[in-house]
Every structure is written in structure tokens, then in C-alpha cells.
Design a protein around this ligand. Structure first.
Ligand SMILES: C[S@@+](CC[C@H](N)C(=O)[O-])C[C@H]1O[C@@H](n2cnc3c(N)ncnc32)[C@H](O)[C@@H]1O
Length: 233
């Protein structure tokens, strides 16, 4: 059986944190905190600069962390039994490399919303693990901005994510909405650029100016879904 829950919104002042990835930091910490047991063989997808890895405080036998960005892999922490590889999690090359491995758990934080084929990725992952704990941003992130610009989010929507995971796994879903407040618009719009969940802006100068004028909220909206998934067999 799968379960769902939606958590109420809460606000945080972005300035209190002084960085551009506060939501990623909050969710990666929560992801690791909720891991049950101390898995020894771990695969992490879209590891970035190591937000997840830095909270792993137990000994493991093998930790494979992959990211599509060479720059991210370079700044990821290094450790014994840790392998960091620059790879695309959607690619055949990546699957060829892991298909004979077995992992106790697959982790991913703030990355799988970029998958080009989440269905295929999940099918591949269940051949190497029985447990997947991930958190993804959804297309409801920056919702009011999309309403103004009439442009669809470049990232996966909640329905697709839930459907794909439920198809192959027994899942617990928890959806959280965060409103991140700003005291001025300029900082707010800079945050979007650096947030890692907006994609490249395809707005013209005029459209961007219009958006800046029309957006009258003093906060940005984020939606994330935490998924704990177990193989059906
Ligand atoms: C928002 S960052 C999150 C990084 C880190 N997991 C964290 O919690 O801070 C998303 C990461 O996913 C990586 N990524 C996006 N698409 C990818 C793909 N197809 N294959 C591998 N990595 C990918 C990006 O390079 C980026 O480092």
C-alpha cells in the first residue's frame, strides 16, 4: 500500500541563510535523517557538491555518487570507499556500469526532477536495489511565476512522479510546500537564477521586465516530494 501526506506551508526569510540553496540544504538533511538503519552500499544520483554525503555519519562499505556536472564532481568531498563519477543518470552508459552492482539503498536529493525518462530510470534502479529514498522538486515550484509568464515548468510534475514510482514500488509520499520570503525583489529574482530548479530562462528582456513588475508576492514558492520506496517483491 502507498500513503500520501501533504504538509502545510511555512515561510523562511532567505536572508537569514545568506545562500542560494537553502531549500536543497533543508531537504537533503531531512532525507538522510529519515534513512532507516545504516545502509552499507549506497548509490547517490545527482550528488552535486555533497549535500547528502556530508550528513552520512556512519561507516559504509561502498558509496557511489554520480553527477552530470564535472565541476560538481570536482568539489564533492573525497573519502575512503567513496567513488564520485561524472555521469548522466538517464544514460545507457551509466546503467551499463551499475547493472551488475547491488545497493542497499539509492538516494537522491533535488536532482531527479530533471530526469528525461523517470519511468525508465526507476525500472533500471529496481534491478540494482530494493530501496529508494529520494526527494524531488516538482513543477509547482515557482507556480505563481508560471501563471504570469504562461510558461510550463521544465521539471517533472507531481502526478508523473507519483505514478512512475507507484508503478514499480510500494511508496510513501510526503509533499511539502515552502514559501521563502525576501525583503526585496532583486534578491528574490537572483535567487531563482541560482536555485538549480528553474532551468535556463527563455524569457525575452521585455517579458522578464513584465514579470518583475507583475509579481507581487514577497516570497517564492517551492514544492518538494519525499519518496520512500520499496520493491514490491
Ligand atoms: C539542484 S542540484 C542538487 C545537488 C545535491 N544533490 C544537493 O542536494 O544539493 C541538482 C544536481 O543534479 C545534477 N543533475 C541534473 N541532471 C542530471 C543527470 N541527468 N545526470 C546526473 N546528474 C544530473 C546537476 O548537475 C546538479 O548537481
Amino acid at each position: 500500500m502507498s500513503t500520501n501526506s501533504i504538509q502545510n506551508q511555512f515561510s523562511k526569510y532567505a536572508q537569514e541563510y545568506g545562500n542560494n540553496n537553502i531549500i536543497q540544504q533543508i531537504v537533503s538533511k531531512a532525507l538522510v535523517r529519515d534513512i532507516v538503519g545504516k545502509p552499507k552500499k549506497i548509490l547517490e544520483l545527482g550528488c552535486g557538491s555533497g549535500q547528502v554525503f556530508k550528513y552520512i555519519d556512519w561507516e559504509f562499505d561502498f558509496y557511489k555518487a554520480i553527477d552530470g556536472s564535472k565541476d560538481m564532481c570536482k568539489i564533492h568531498p573525497k573519502a575512503t570507499n567513496l567513488e564520485v563519477c561524472c555521469q548522466d543518470f538517464d544514460s545507457d552508459d551509466f546503467y551499463d556500469e551499475i547493472k551488475n552492482d547491488r545497493y542497499d539503498i539509492v538516494l537522491s536529493s533535488s536532482a531527479l526532477q530533471w530526469s528525461k525518462d523517470i519511468d525508465k530510470l526507476i525500472q533500471r534502479l529496481i534491478s540494482v536495489t530494493k530501496e529508494i529514498n529520494v526527494v524531488l522538486f516538482t513543477s509547482n515550484t515557482f507556480k505563481s511565476i508560471q501563471d504570469i509568464t504562461k510558461q510550463n515548468s521544465p521539471i517533472l510534475n507531481l502526478e508523473t512522479i507519483k505514478k512512475s514510482f507507484s508503478e514499480y514500488l510500494v511508496c510513501d509520499f510526503e509533499v511539502f510546500n515552502y514559501n521563502l520570503e525576501f525583503s526585496n525583489k532583486k534578491e528574490m529574482f537572483n535567487y531563482i537564477k541560482n536555485s538549480g530548479v528553474s532551468g535556463k530562462s527563455i524569457l525575452s528582456y521585455k517579458e522578464a521586465k513584465q514579470l518583475y513588475k507583475e509579481y507581487d508576492l514577497n516570497y517564492l514558492e517551492f514544492e518538494v516530494i519525499f519518496i520512500k520506496a520499496f520493491s514490491k517483491s
